[in-house]
Structure formats: structure tokens, C-alpha cells
Design a protein around this ligand. Structure first.
Ligand code: PLP
Length: 398
């Protein structure tokens, strides 16, 4: 019998099953909270502090002022100029507005970048653990997701040797995330240069997700886009979702070599012909001025990270290291003999605490749980003590 053709393109088959299971503990936590249980959520990476008032004021003023028409496909000039100036200040090297494409946040920027660079048959290298949407991003393009293992003992820093070992003739892109969600690793300039050398040798693009660039806790942020010898192969993607506590604005960008820009614009226009001009105006204000709210936010996350990590001081059953950046802490609970997933379910069932299993972020996250810093410091500290005690009890019985 003739097999009837599918009514759908394979993209949704490739994407199905990559999402829901990762969030099962969180979803169950939401259901229990809705049923009246006192659940503490350490699962989601949404900043809980207020965004800069002047950025909101600009969005409202621009709306009232009629900035409600279609924006240019590449982005409004005011936003492109502000992003280019922001990146020029950061790197100390000129970035021109013709190197910028405005996107509806980092996720949309990553998707636009990957769709422009890879297709079925290509391979994309991703250090593991990785942000939970990356498998879907790569699968959407048809390319193959190749995870590059990293080790907790290395602070989850990917090494040039680990990258080199994963390269095949089909490899096209290395997808980096620094500071990393979930691991908190921040790649140093030396590491970026050594990784960049491997990418030079094998002529790979580097796509780097820098959404946590402004949240570092001592280790200086370094982007391959800011390294003069790597800029010609780097697409740097970011947004104001985390830095300015505005995820709902969906306001971000891709910075690339100038010859890549027109190709990105074609793809961006196919998906979303222009963003909201009033949001682009607000992003320009976000990036062009200093905001006390932004400084408060990064200071608060640093303080919270120290406080939460201190709840695990001296424990051998639950090991937490100070993250170098980002909004999360990985807690190593391998001494309990449980998987991250088993431990996360136990925390929900017995302690009403919701965390993300490390396995939700790839094999490299096994035996860990990820805690988000999106709660007040004392709430985090108290939850940290309870998680520590739960790990110590489990390790004793193990
Ligand atoms: C590593 C990473 N990249 C991208 C995003 C999404 O960012 P945006 O809101 O700019 O799309 C997140 C959000 O949690 C993230 O953690």
C-alpha cells in the first residue's frame, strides 16, 4: 500500500518531545501552588526586580508619539546606533550600525542566526550542559545537535580539546553561551582565544549567546566578537531581557561581520517583518544611559549568589560553587546517589521546593540541580539550607 505523505513538514516532528519533559517538575510545582500548597520556586530565570523607569517612560512616550508603524527590517536607526555604540564601548573597537540586526530577543536572534548559517546535514557543536532551548533551535534548522561534554571538575568550562574532538567535516557552527545558563561559567579571554584558534583551523562560525554579559561576579566578561581576530567569524546575540529585567519587551540584537547583516535581514524579514518602533526607542534608552535599577539588579544577583552558596558551605553531600556569572547556581548532589531528576522530585514532594533537574540541560548536568537566583536573598538562603539538609539525609541513607 502506498504510504500517504505527511500533511506536515518535518520541522514539528523534529521539535516534538524536545521541550515538555525538561519542565515537568516546574509544571507540577505550579499545579500544587495553584492548589494552595506553599511552594518555593527556584526554577525560572525571570528577573524579579523592577526594570529602569526611564526605559518604560520612553516606550510610553514613543507610543503616545505615534511610533506605532512598521519598523525597518534591520531595525530602527536609533536602536541600531545605540546597540553599535554599546558594543563599541564594551570592546573598545568600532562596531558599525551596519553590523547590527535588531531581533525580538535573544531566542529570536539565535534562531535567525542559525537559520542563516546551517541546514540539514550540517552539525552544530554545543558545550553540554546547555540552555534548554538549544536542542530545539538546532533541530528547527534541520542541522544535527552535537553536544560537547564538559566536566563539573573544570567548572563546566569547555576546552579546545573537547571541541576539537567533536569536529567532523560537517561541523559548521560552535554555539557558545557565556556567562552560561545553567552552569554560571564565564569564558576567559585566554579560553576564548584558544577556542577561537580551533574555530579558525576548521573554519567554523561562532554563534555566542551573551544574554548574561552584564551579570558577572568577578570574572571579566569576554566575547569572541570583541576579539579582533575572531570578529569575522562571530555572531554575537543578546538582549535587554535579563540586564534590564525586560523579557516581555522581546528586544535584542545580532552583531555580525558586515557582510552577514543583509543575509540575516532576509531571514528576519521572512519571520517577522520589523519589530515595534516604540520598543526599539526604549531599547535605545536602555543601552545609552546609566540606570540605577540595572546596577541594583546586578549587585542583588551577586549578593544573592554569595548568600545561597554560603548555605552549602562545608557540606559534602551538596556542593555549590559561586557562579562566575549569570542567574543560576548548579548544586552537585552526586553524593546522594540520586539523579538530578530524582532529587528534584524529592524536593518537590517532601519539601515543596521547585528546582530544575541538571539533566534538563543535557547529560553534563547529571547529578546536579539548578537553582535560580530570582528570589530575595533570605528566601534563597533558607531554601538552600533545606536543600542541603535533604541532600545530607539522602547521602546518609545511600
Ligand atoms: C542562555 C539564554 N539564552 C537566551 C534566553 C532568552 O533570552 P531572550 O529573552 O532575550 O529571548 C535565556 C532566557 O532564559 C537564556 O537563559
Amino acid at each position: 500500500m502506498k504510504k500517504s505523505p505527511s500533511r506536515f513538514a518535518p520541522i514539528s516532528d523534529r521539535l516534538s518531545g524536545l521541550g515538555a519533559a525538561k519542565w515537568a517538575v516546574h509544571v507540577e510545582g505550579l499545579a500544587r501552588a495553584a492548589a494552595g500548597k506553599p511552594v518555593t520556586f527556584l526554577s525560572i530565570g525571570e528577573p524579579d526586580l523592577p526594570p529602569p523607569a526611564s526605559v518604560l517612560d520612553q516606550a510610553i512616550a514613543s507610543m503616545r508619539g505615534g511610533r506605532l508603524k512598521y519598523a525597518a527590517g534591520q531595525g530602527e536607526q536609533v536602536a541600531l546606533d545605540a546597540i553599535a555604540a554599546h558594543l563599541s564601548r564594551r570592546s573598545g573597537q568600532e562596531v558599525s550600525p551596519d553590523q547590527i540586526v535588531y531581533t525580538a530577543g535573544t531566542q529570536n536572534g539565535l534562531c535567525t542566526a542559525l537559520m542563516t548559517l546551517v541546514q540539514t546535514g550540517d552539525e552544530v557543536l554545543v558545550p553540554d550542559p546547555y540552555y534548554a532551548t538549544y536542542e530545539g533551535l538546532v533541530a528547527a534548522t534541520g542541522a544535527t545537535f552535537i553536544s560537547v561534554p564538559t566536566l563539573p571538575e573544570d567548572g563546566f568550562h569547555v576546552t579546545p580539546a573537547q571541541i576539537e574532538a567533536a569536529i567532523t567535516p560537517r561541523t559548521r557552527v560552535l554555539l557558545l553561551n557565556t556567562p552560561s545558563n545553567p552552569t554560571g561559567a564565564v569564558l576567559s579571554q585566554n579560553e576564548i582565544d584558544a577556542i577561537g584558534e580551533v574555530c579558525e583551523q576548521h573554519d567554523l562560525w561562532i554563534v555566542v549567546d551573551e544574554v548574561y554579559a552584564d551579570l558577572t561576579y568577578g570574572a571579566p566578561f569576554c566575547s569572541p566578537f570583541d576579539r579582533p581576530h575572531l570578529r569575522h567569524r562571530t555572531l554575537a546575540v543578546s538582549s535587554i531581557s535579563k540586564s534590564h529585567a525586560l523579557p516581555g519587551f522581546r528586544a535584542g540584537w545580532i552583531a555580525s561581520p558586515p557582510e552577514v547583516t543583509p543575509r540575516l535581514v532576509l531571514v528576519a524579514e521572512a519571520m517577522l517583518f520589523g519589530s515595534q518602533p516604540f520598543i526599539e526607542d526604549a531599547l535605545a534608552v536602555a543601552l545609552s544611559e546609566r540606570h540605577p535599577e540595572v546596577e541594583r539588579l546586578s549587585a542583588a544577583f551577586k549578593d544573592r549568589a554569595h548568600k545561597l552558596v554560603s548555605a552549602f558551605d562545608g557540606s559534602t553531600a551538596a556542593i555549590a560553587r559561586m557562579p562566575e556569572g549569570g542567574m543560576f547556581i548548579m548544586v552537585d548532589i552526586r553524593k546522594t546517589g540520586m539523579s538530578g531528576e530524582e532529587f528534584a522530585w524529592m524536593l518537590l514532594n517532601d519539601h515543596n521546593i521547585v528546582v530544575m533537574p541538571g539533566e534538563s540541560f543535557g547529560k553534563g548536568g547529571a547529578g546536579h540541580v539548578r537553582l535560580a537566583l530570582t528570589n530575595e536573598a533570605d528566601v534563597l538562603f533558607e531554601a538552600g539550607l533545606r536543600i542541603r539538609k535533604a541532600a545530607e539525609d539522602a547521602a546518609t541513607h545511600h
